[in-house]
Write a protein of this length. Structure first.
Ligand code: ZN
Ligand code: ZN
Length: 326
């Protein structure tokens, strides 16, 4: 195996691009090599990811047992999926935003019940039953790559933590995930952003069976917050490890979602549709099962945002929710 691509960020902070079996190809894991040795995000539980992280740690004179603390930007599999293995090998404490632990806890902790709710949700929004099998097989494949930590310690927005000898403030940046956090360090002008903002792709904003009711509304507020925060540099979950021009990118993504909202509103004023039909208008390309699900939940997030603003309505047809404009 080649040496893991380790990038020196500043002081004792490093990042490594860990391979994941998705189109983004890698996820960024940040390592603070000074005590308390900390990882921000973990990647997925695959042999390739484990080997890459092990090699990155070794390059810094560290090993699994050295890790004292893990912070998760959000609970998505490519960020949290290795946290259980790290907890087991190191005894590290694992922290994430308290929003994740409200209600029923994390979906990975009650996978079967969650999948049952998701099945009903996707069918009620028009996913053809013939596509359901592929979507569920993909979810099981992901579950097999997620080993979640068992002891999760909540962080609250506004909390401070020390990383690389600096004090960082915990920010709540919901939208891509309800419980998404950012870590902000004003002297370094540096934001650890996870997937809250990304170069090249628009972070998926989807409405699932569980969680907050208007993730797109949340995300538009997060983008405005990032535009105002205007960090010189952000550490990003994919296509990084870092990006500049965060304020400009936030404005661009906000404009993109407003264009999509206009398309959804116009489309549904002419032709009532359920979210799956709408997703084919918004994402006309052929999509595999994993992406088809993201397309449906993203279309639904746009339709629901407009409905909650009173610009659209929906009615139950007996088996699906049909969205329409007046
Ligand atoms: Zn994510
Ligand atoms: Zn991600």
């Amino acid at each position: 195996m080649c040496a893991a691509p380790l990038h020196h960020l500043t002081g004792s902070l490093y990042t490594v691009q860990v391979p994941i079996p998705y189109p983004m190809r890698t996820v960024t894991v940040l390592i603070d090599a000074a005590s308390p040795v900390t990882l921000v995000d973990t990647s997925l539980n695959t042999p390739e990811a484990i080997a890459t992280l092990e090699d990155a740690l070794a390059q810094l004179g560290l090993h699994w047992e050295s890790i004292e603390r893990v912070v998760l930007t959000h609970q998505h599999p490519d960020h949290a999926g290795l946290s259980g293995l790290i907890e087991e090998r190191s005894g590290a404490s694992v922290h994430l935003l308290d929003e994740n632990l409200q209600g029923g806890g994390l979906p990975w902790q009650h996978f079967e019940a969650w999948q049952g709710q998701e099945r009903q949700h996707l069918l009620a929004h028009g996913l053809p039953p013939a596509l359901l099998e592929g979507v569920e097989a993909e979810a099981r494949r992901t579950r097999d790559r997620v080993t979640l930590a068992t002891r999760l310690t909540p962080l609250t927005a506004g909390d401070q933590l020390t990383l690389g000898g600096h004090r960082w403030t915990v920010l709540w940046l919901p939208g891509h995930a309800d419980g998404h956090l950012g870590l902000w360090q004003p002297q370094l002008d540096l934001l650890i952003a996870g997937d809250a903002i990304l170069p090249r792709i628009s972070p998926n904003v989807g409405l699932g069976a569980q969680g907050r009711s208007d993730p797109l509304g949340d995300y538009l507020q997060t983008l405005e917050r990032l535009r105002q925060l205007n960090p010189a540099t952000a550490v990003v979950g994919h296509y990084g490890p870092t990006m500049s021009g965060v304020a400009e990118r936030a404005a661009e993504l906000s404009a993109h979602h407003h264009e999509r909202l206009a398309l959804v509103e116009e489309t549904l004023r002419v032709t009532p549709m359920h979210a799956h039909q709408l997703s084919a208008v918004m994402f006309p390309r052929e999509l595999d099962a994993r992406v088809r699900r993201f397309a449906l939940t993203e279309a639904l997030a746009h339709a629901e945002h407009l409905r909650l603003k009173g610009l659209l309505d929906r009615r139950w047809t007996g088996d699906t929710w049909l969205y329409f404009g007046e």
